[in-house]
Ligand binder design. Structure first.
Ligand SMILES: C[S@@+](CC[C@H](N)C(=O)[O-])C[C@H]1O[C@@H](n2cnc3c(N)ncnc32)[C@H](O)[C@@H]1O
Ligand code: SF4
Length: 459
């Protein structure tokens, strides 16, 4: 399916990624440590009841030029030790406020590179969490790993510490692409890493992260990398569209210099990968994830029950309110969000003064909670049944539309361009329309309409 240049010109504009609603750049700096403490206590009475924990490990041994994550160059051991000691204090401070009858459904370590630090720290952090909370049956204990820093002993330490989901950042198997983007090349072949993980825990879930749209990539070369991935049989494959925002992530200018693929080339990579993965039994869920048909994420997607939080896609079983630890991390409660400072020095100093280093936050009003539901439905299940959502919130359809930036003529526009189907108050994204799903979400979002912000482009 060829994408018309007309559609690219019209829709390839900066739009939010909607990993949360509202997006984090709408948070305000009016929130304090005591607001956060109150929100934690109040969250015990809110839904969902499960507890989901995010731990941010910001350190990286080498910085990749494309990276849009909150990371810092590896410090000396002393700084890492101090950071982990502070994380432990933060964990005790928050966990003692959580009702111990609530069950832990998910722990997710992100970064930065969680596996860049001594594995003993990760085990110690997990033990603290498990000492406060009982878990649901088969909780997800997940970690993002750079394969360049994995070996047998490290993987064994991770499985002993309870990790059962491994998100491996491949990005591309092409060595030239990795060199251009300044990424460490793994010494241990990825196939061997997979074998070690599965030997130690046959039930472990392995996910590969790829990025398309980097210098040196084209449709043929990327297809080769995806073929290699398929041959290793991971449980899930994620193909992120490269998000280019050099005004915020300055190192990305180096990639402009090296020569980025055009939007047309990116679309070709997206479309070819989509066909290639489907032909090999990987079903698309959400925006960029591919999983096997028997995967719980696919089952949830098929039944319009897929959710997402800052940790990624999840099911009702694993959805919990998110309590986040470490710099730049975002706690995500039913009615509010809180983000911790991005400065490691200020983080360490404030926690050690017995306060929470809250940098920003957001409190959602009742209308925004409804808008969030609509946008999450679209981003996860590619479909919004407006009547069902109105019923769920016990409001009329007209009231629901008045909370959204709902405009029939803009929907007609998307219909004419083949991006959505719309009938009986059900908006459904077409197969081609998935490329512009963020544009459809933005068109319904009153916050996007009222505030100009810095976002990466749709494609
Ligand atoms: C915190 S990183 C992964 C962990 C580990 N540091 C690594 O590099 O493997 C999370 C993922 O975000 C993705 N990512 C980072 N920067 C990106 C960007 N600018 N556009 C799209 N995806 C990006 C990469 O696929 C990366 O694996
Ligand atoms: S992609 Fe991973 S290793 Fe590379 S800079 Fe970002 S967080 Fe660090």
């Amino acid at each position: 399916m060829k994408i018309d240049q007309y559609l690219l010109d019209k829709y390839n504009a900066p739009v939010p990624r909607y990993t949360s609603y509202p997006p984090a750049n709408h948070f305000s700096d009016k929130f304090t440590s005591s607001d956060y403490e109150t929100a934690i206590i109040e969250s015990n009475e809110l839904n969902p009841q499960n507890v989901s924990i995010y731990v941010h490990i910001p350190f990286c041994k080498k910085l990749c030029f494309y990276c849009g994550c909150n990371k810092i160059s590896m410090h000396n051991d002393e700084m890492i030790k101090k950071y982990i000691e502070t994380l432990k204090i933060e964990l005790h401070k928050v966990l003692k406020l959580i009702n111990p009858y609530r069950l832990l459904s998910q722990i997710h370590y992100g970064g930065g590179t969680p596996n860049a630090i001594d594995s003993k720290y990760l085990g110690e952090i997990n033990s603290i969490i498990f000492s406060y909370l009982k878990t649901i049956e088969s909780p997800e204990i997940a970690i993002e790993c750079n394969p360049a820093y994995l070996d047998f002993q490290y993987i064994k330490d991770l499985t002993d510490a309870g990790f059962n989901r491994f998100s491996i950042g491949i990005q591309d198997f092409n060595i030239e692409v990795l060199k251009t983007v300044n990424r460490s090349i793994p010494e241990l072949p990825v196939k061997e890493i997979i074998n070690i993980i599965k030997d130690l825990n046959p039930n472990a879930v392995i996910n590969f992260d790829f990025i398309y749209g980097l210098p040196g990539q084209n449709s043929q070369s990327f297809a080769k990398s995806i073929d290699e991935a398929i041959s290793y049989n991971p449980d899930r494959i994620v193909t992120f569209s490269y998000a280019h925002l050099p005004t915020v992530f300055k190192a990305q200018y180096a990639l402009e210099k090296a020569g980025l693929p055009s939007p047309e080339e990116k679309i070709e990579m997206y479309q070819n990968t989509n066909i290639q993965l489907k032909e090999n039994g990987y079903m698309p869920v959400g925006m960029d994830h591919y999983v096997r048909e028997d995967d719980e994420l696919y089952q949830a997607f098929k039944n319009n029950l897929l959710h997402r939080n800052f940790q990624g896609y999840c099911t009702r079983r694993t959805t919990g309110q998110v309590y986040a630890f470490g710099i730049s991390s975002i706690s995500q409660f039913e009615t509010s969000y809180f983000q911790t400072t991005k400065s490691i020095e200020s983080y360490i100093e404030t926690i050690n003064k017995d306060s929470f280093p809250v940098e920003k936050g957001y409190r959602l009003n009742n209308n925004e909670i409804i808008v969030r539901e609509v946008i999450e439905e679209l981003m996860c299940n590619k479909k919004i049944d407006l009547t069902a959502i109105a019923l769920n919130f016990d409001i009329s359809l007209d009231k629901l539309k008045s909370h959204l930036n709902f405009d029939e003529s803009s929907l007609q526009n998307f219909i004419r361009d083949g991006i959505i189907n719309y009938s009986n108050n059900i908006i459904e994204i077409s197969e081609m329309g998935i490329l512009f799903i963020r544009n459809v979400a933005a068109s319904l979002d009153p916050v996007y309409k009222n505030k100009v912000m810095n976002y990466s482009k749709a494609v």
